[in-house]
Design a protein around this ligand. Structure first.
Ligand code: PLP
Length: 395
């Protein structure tokens, strides 16, 4: 007898977390692994943020709190988006969640009926389609390639819309490709979304991790009509090196935020009070923007080391990503699918990378530069050695 509910039958556990766990286990055994698979900053959380959380514990902030988050934190998040992103949210439009993941999970549960179609540009962050299936929805993938900088066009969006389409999931800067939509590209997508009366979930969690003087735009800032159809998803994990604190949020129309909050009230309730105190410090303390800038500068340097190193490896092709901390490298010349490639890469030369298949492209691997430069350069040397062996077998 199958004891499990039907909804979990096709669920795939997170591949990124699995690769990271395997690399960690090998390291624990003393194996010299170059881990280029991490999805989190290797920096520690800025000290003032940690001190704020400690002070909250000392003050006795150890009880239940409001489900939607501390009023001050909701207010600060609303102010941040008004100031930086041109989004006129008030505190009541914000729901504080246990990481960006729970923000998206609450949202899919609040918006999707069985059979509803959700448009997801591919390559995509691997949790989107899994969440859509858990809600009984159907993911409709919009394929993209390096040729279009891994971005969808307004025409592509228009053609994918059916009578069952509910929403588009947009992720800029993107995990895994690192690409960023320009203002004009977002405006073209917004025009279609408004005309066809669709919602858009805008996952902007990598907003602060951008390079080459590009600018980040929020699609919701491009007019009142698109603002009314946008639900912003973001969090503190990536920009403030706070992945373990579990701090994310949604901001959007009141009815949707209230529904997502009601779902949270029956699952996790509020985010831990001391974590929220840390988030308040992240947004209030005047030293934090400088700390973020310092981390971004280091990521920018590492990105160039990795990008330029990859270009020198025969058989590897790679787009110059401008955001997040990933490069999505084309490994087709190896003749291997992405799963076999990553498995052998780890077994034979001890480099951990994530198979592109997990993100919807079996001809790529995701490499993270959220690690020190030495690990990156050593990892690339080994990758080159491995690639050479694949090319030799093929010739
Ligand atoms: N969205 C994207 C695109 C991500 O890459 C991640 C984490 O990897 C998340 C959301 C969720 O972040 P967290 O739950 O750690 O805040």
């Amino acid at each position: 007898m199958n004891r499990l509910a039907a909804r979990v039958s096709s669920l795939t556990p997170s591949v990124t977390l699995a690769v990271a766990a395997k690399a960690k286990a090998l390291k624990m055994k003393g194996v010299d692994v170059c881990s280029l698979s991490t999805g989190e900053p290797d920096f520690d959380t800025p000290l003032v943020i940690k001190q704020a959380a400690k002070a909250a514990l000392d003050r006795g902030e150890t009880k239940y709190g409001p489900v939607s988050g501390q009023p001050l934190l909701r207010e600060l998040i609303a102010q941040k988006h008004a100031r930086d992103n041109g989004l006129a949210y008030a505190a009541e439009h914000v729901l504080v969640t246990n990481g960006g993941k729970q923000a998206l999970y609450n949202l899919t549960m609040a918006l999707i009926n069985p059979g509803d179609e959700v448009l997801i540009p591919a390559p995509y962050w691997l949790s989107y389609p899994e969440m859509v299936s858990l809600a009984g929805g159907v993911s409709v993938f919009l394929p993209t390639t390096e040729a279009t900088d891994f971005k969808i066009t307004a025409d592509q969006l228009e053609q994918a819309i059916t009578s069952r389409t509910r929403l588009l999931v947009l992720n800029s800067p993107s995990n895994p490709t690192g690409m960023i939509y320009t203002r004009a590209e977002l405006a073209a997508l917004a025009e279609v979304l408004v005309r066809r009366d669709l919602l858009v979930v805008s996952d902007e969690i990598y907003e602060k991790l951008i390079y080459d003087d590009v600018r980040h735009y929020s699609i919701g800032s491009l007019g009142d009509e698109i603002f009314a159809r946008t639900i912003l998803c973001s969090g503190f994990s990536k920009a403030y090196a706070m992945t373990g604190w579990r701090l994310g949020y949604l901001a959007g129309p009141l009815d949707i935020i209230k529904a997502a909050s009601a779902i949270q009230s029956h699952s996790t309730s509020n985010v831990a009070a001391y974590s929220q105190a840390g988030a308040i410090a992240a947004l209030q303390d005047p030293t934090v923007p400088g700390e973020v800038e310092r981390m971004v500068k280091v990521f920018a340097e590492r990105r160039l080391v990795m990008y330029e190193g990859l270009l020198k490896i025969p058989g590897i092709r790679c787009a110059r990503a401008q955001g997040a901390f990933y490069l999505f490298a084309d490994i087709q010349a190896s003749g291997l699918d992405s799963g076999t490639f990553c498995e052998r890469l780890l077994d034979e030369v001890q480099v951990a990378a994530v198979p592109g298949l997990a993100f919807g492209s079996d001809t790529h691997i995701r490499l993270s530069y959220a690690t020190d430069t030495l690990t990156i350069t050593r990892g690339l040397e080994r990758l080159e050695q491995f690639m050479k062996s694949c090319l030799t077998v093929r010739t």
